[in-house]
Design a protein around this ligand. Structure first.
Ligand SMILES: [Mg+2]
Length: 369
């Protein structure tokens, strides 16, 4: 693959309803859409999932744009890649900035799959034709949470994830279990606790949660291992796993029983697949995490989640879950809690150029000249 031109577009779209965690509220979602052209005019699409502010990871839309424009694309435009796996090796000297890297790496994967006439899922080694969808409840109001859970269950979602913190954990989960005792329920704390909260976290054991995600610090592995020995609810790591080495360390230390794999957080599809393979070898379950993303990233997630180790429902939802109108065509749909893995070449969806133009705030073309 020889990339001759790249376009970076910053888009912005309001969510249908605010997404609220103890770290802040997302009402409007920005993202960077990446288009890579090869000599024959074929285009690969990627999406950078960093948020506007650094509440989830240290990256933002602005830092990712800077990395892509000033450090990644100038090198990429001078190189020839035989396979997208070469990307993460080529840019390993560029520390961190996984979401910036992932936005471009996933575009290379899309282009590579299109050139081969194969679906992304097929090239990654996917074995599933459909994946199981899961919804996230992110609100600070218990009544609203209960209403949403009921609605998501009616829509067919196969798992509910509740964003928790010490302000909305035990009482909320007790209420939810009273109303919907059998719903497959998990909690995501986004690092709202410390080891001093071990009694509070142990009290969650009686509610039969599928898992508790990232209870402790966002870079921690050691304290999660200590906590896991004191609670029966399986710990799932999200923020703490940013590369294959983190995943290896977490397995060796016993920091978690489950991993949430997010393509953006780990620098792209190649690294995501490696973490998946490592977890399978070590008998850890994995699922595909979401970033309140648009259709391009969602399509990449569907391809990844078709791999055999993705045994748990992910943060996978239809296009209309967050957006009035997505940027891909056709939109992603869910049927009775299942989403079909795209089978067309590349990511399997077209980009809706008119919609992309409507929500574009800034764009720039970068070429070799
Ligand atoms: Mg999480």
């Amino acid at each position: 693959m020889n990339i001759v031109k790249a376009q970076l577009s910053i888009i912005s779209m309001p969510l249908k309803k605010p997404f609220s965690t103890h770290l802040g509220i997302v009402k409007e979602r920005e993202a960077i859409i990446i288009e890579l052209w090869d000599r024959e005019g074929e285009i690969g699409y990627g999406e950078t999932v960093a948020f506007s502010s650094p509440w989830y990871t240290e990256e933002t839309v602005k830092t990712a744009y800077h990395m892509q424009k000033d450090f990644i694309l100038p090198v990429l435009l001078k190189k020839t890649f035989a396979h997208p796996d070469e990307f993460s090796r080529e840019f390993s000297h560029l520390r961190g900035n996984e979401m910036a890297k992932s936005g471009i790496e996933t575009a290379l994967w899309d282009l590579y799959a299109k050139k081969r006439g194969k679906s992304l899922a097929t090239l990654l080694g996917g074995t599933r034709k459909v994946v199981r969808a899961g919804a996230v409840v992110a609100t600070q109001d218990l009544k609203r949470a209960l209403t949403e859970i009921e609605k998501f269950c009616d829509q067919g979602f196969e798992r509910i994830k509740l964003k928790i913190s010490p302000a909305n954990d035990l009482e909320w989960i007790r209420n939810i279990r009273r109303e919907v005792p059998d719903v497959p329920l998990m909690a995501d704390a986004n690092s709202a606790y410390t080891l001093a909260d071990v009694d509070r976290l142990r009290a969650l054991d009686e509610f039969d949660l599928l898992m508790i995600e990232q209870p402790l610090g966002p870079t921690d592995l050691v304290e999660h291992a200590i906590l896991q020995k004191q609670i029966t609810t399986p710990i799932c790591l999200d923020e703490s796993i940013t590369n294959v080495h983190d995943a290896k360390s977490a397995i060796q230390l016993g920091s978690c029983q489950i991993m949430n794999i997010k393509v953006g957080r780990v620098g792209g599809l190649t690294n995501a697949k490696q973490i998946h393979d490592l977890c399978m070898e070590n008998k850890l379950q994995v699922w595909c995490g979401g970033m309140i993303e648009f259709g391009i990233s969602k399509a990449h997630n569907l391809a990844l989640a078709s791999l055999p180790g993705f045994t748990l429902p992910g943060d996978l939802s239809p296009s209309t879950h967050y957006w009035e109108e997505d940027i891909i065509d056709p939109p992603i749909e869910m049927d009775k809690g299942k989403i079909t893995v795209p089978s067309l070449p590349g990511m399997g969806f077209s980009v809706n150029e008119q919609r992309l133009e409507e929500v574009c705030r800034h764009k720039e073309i970068i070429t070799t000249i």
